[in-house]
Design a protein around this ligand. Sequence first.
Ligand SMILES: *Cc1c(COP(=O)(O)O)cnc(C)c1O
Length: 402
Amino acid sequence: MGNTLATLRRKEESLLFSTYGRYPVAIAEGHGSRLRDLDGKEYIDLLSGIAVTNLGHCRPEIAETVAAQAHKLVHVSNLFYQEEQLVLAERLLKTTHLDKVFFCNSGAEANEAAIKLARRRQQRLKNRYAYEIITFEGCFHGRTLATVAATGQTRFQDGFAPMPEGFLQIPWGDPEALKAAVGDKTAGVLLEIIQGEGGVRPASAAFAREVAGICKDRDVLFIVDEVQAGMGRTGKYWAFQHFGLKPDIMTAAKALANGLPMGAMLSTDETARAFVPGSHAATFGGGALVSAVAAKVLEIMERDNLPQRASELGVWAMERFRAVQDACPGSIREVRGMGLMIGIELAGPGRGVWEKLLQNGFILNLTQERVLRLLPPLIIEKQDLESFAVCLETILKAGAAR
Ligand SMILES: *Cc1c(COP(=O)(O)O)cnc(C)c1O
């Protein structure tokens, strides 16, 4: 207590691996869409801990669920039946067309499970030695060795050679390239319907449908990574639902338990049969505490119709940001997104604009150097997005005038 940002920074340098480029802010507490730093300065949270706290910070009903479950049962391992897991599984599966779920602890882990399931489905159910996973330029699937190989960006692979075999990356938005790439060794195609880390790039409906169609024709698994876009953020529970798609496998994590670590991999019954007892496991996966919280999260999303809210507010926000674009000619290249997953691509490097927004009390993220990425909690008030728009316009106009 009594720490300042400078003392925390010094301590951290001596204690932690320096794997993160931190923002110059130390957060002390959060409530709803507000964060407060050590000095008591208040911020409007437009990032939700990177698409995690979709229901806002420290929501009382969630805090009560955590406390009640913490007094009842937290962890016993997957050697036992646990009711909490099944309550969650029923609720989660009901939001999809899929039949079975495997619980783990993060997005990367969910994607690892998906990759393993796709390989095993080909090798054990189809008697085909297929293992290759095809991904798309600009994608992000996690930081384990396999998911870094799937991600394909050299900056995430630097110094970690050799990469695991069996990953092939092709251009984004080019179905012909996919047709050419799928072969005897292909196990599945892994797609983000809207790339997050890659700069908030939505797939066109036509492209997403072509990918699904090619997978079906060639009998390879269509796998959708919903880790960031899922859980109502884009205006439907899952982004693929905008295009009427039915992936064989999907992965989720980030917002699943509103801040507690949890991941999930879902698939059709047919594909799920590739895993048998012993095929895969996670010690913490689907523990009673996180499961109870995730079940509560889904209950609230359903009750409060949050995907719908994200959809409507997202349409309004993107229109509003396009008005800022019009008011500041030459400053913004494009406003794009789905629901409350919004990218504002600036005409040039965005670090300066991002810093000023932060100084003015707006927390958001900058990806690909020039894309302001907004992932606000789905409960954000319109007025907060309006304040952001006004602030952004002021900053861009001042920058242009310089
Ligand atoms: C964040 C993210 C991941 C990785 O999730 P972790 O929980 O950090 O392992 C995977 N895929 C997508 C699309 C993501 O945004």
